[in-house]
Ligand binder design. Sequence first.
Ligand code: SF4
Length: 292
Amino acid sequence: MSTTADVKEEPLKARKGHRSDLKPVWCPGCGDYGVIAGLGQAIDVLGYESHRIVFVSGIGCSSRLPYFFNTYGFHTIHGRAAAVALGVKMGNPDMRVILVGGDGDFFSIGTNHFIHTARRNLDILAICMDNSIYGLTKGQLSPTSGIDFVTASSPYGSVEPPLNPLALALTCGATFVAQCYSANIKHLKATLIEAERHPGFSFVNVISPCLTFNKQKSFAYYKKRISVSEEEVKTDLAEALTFILAQDAQSVLGTFYQVERPTYDGSQAAMAEAVANERGVPTMVELIEAFA
Ligand code: SF4
């Protein structure tokens, strides 16, 4: 198992690499700029060719990300990106599939797809750009907002406790679980490299402030409370969960859990090969006749 210490140090500026010529249309100061910088640098270090990468996103400010990379990209529909990512990976297992989206897309309309993609341990990297608000639709409550949070859709404060993305990922079966902060590009880049190299479902929640619609959770708010954990990466699920539940979910950064177990794509390929060896591969005519 490799560690972030193995990652060769690279300059922290955003480099051209796989970036497209399109400039992001995010608001000035949006936390998503830090994510694109860290992600671009991570991909440069990983050394993949552009045609081997596909970004799959849902709907939301952060889901525009595929446009800003000179790779394959699939800007899909709200909450369904994980299902599309599964199809892409199963259709072409050699592709490096990177699923991106926001907390609304991942944990509201898309929760069921997230759960089952993690449970299956599909070998992809999933990055949630978590700003605890719906930014694209001008500031409504999201699943990670929290109690008393005042938004356009909760003018007297929210009465809903927040969802904990890290605990959810752990309990659903993700085999790599980490949290980063878009203003800490060095940590983000190192974590994304490890997450992408991990064989299985890697989930990285990236706290990415929305300066326009989430005035409470600003960079100043996080600066006072966020830090990188010095805990060792855990391989025991109960220990990892106990640790996460003992933290303020939005104050701790790090890689909290990493284990290896069979991937969905790997297991399906092995099964297909075993069946083909046992029964042979039918011709198209034989298949049509079998169902006629
Ligand atoms: Fe970023 Fe918020 Fe602007 Fe969307 S609305 S681009 S999340 S700052």
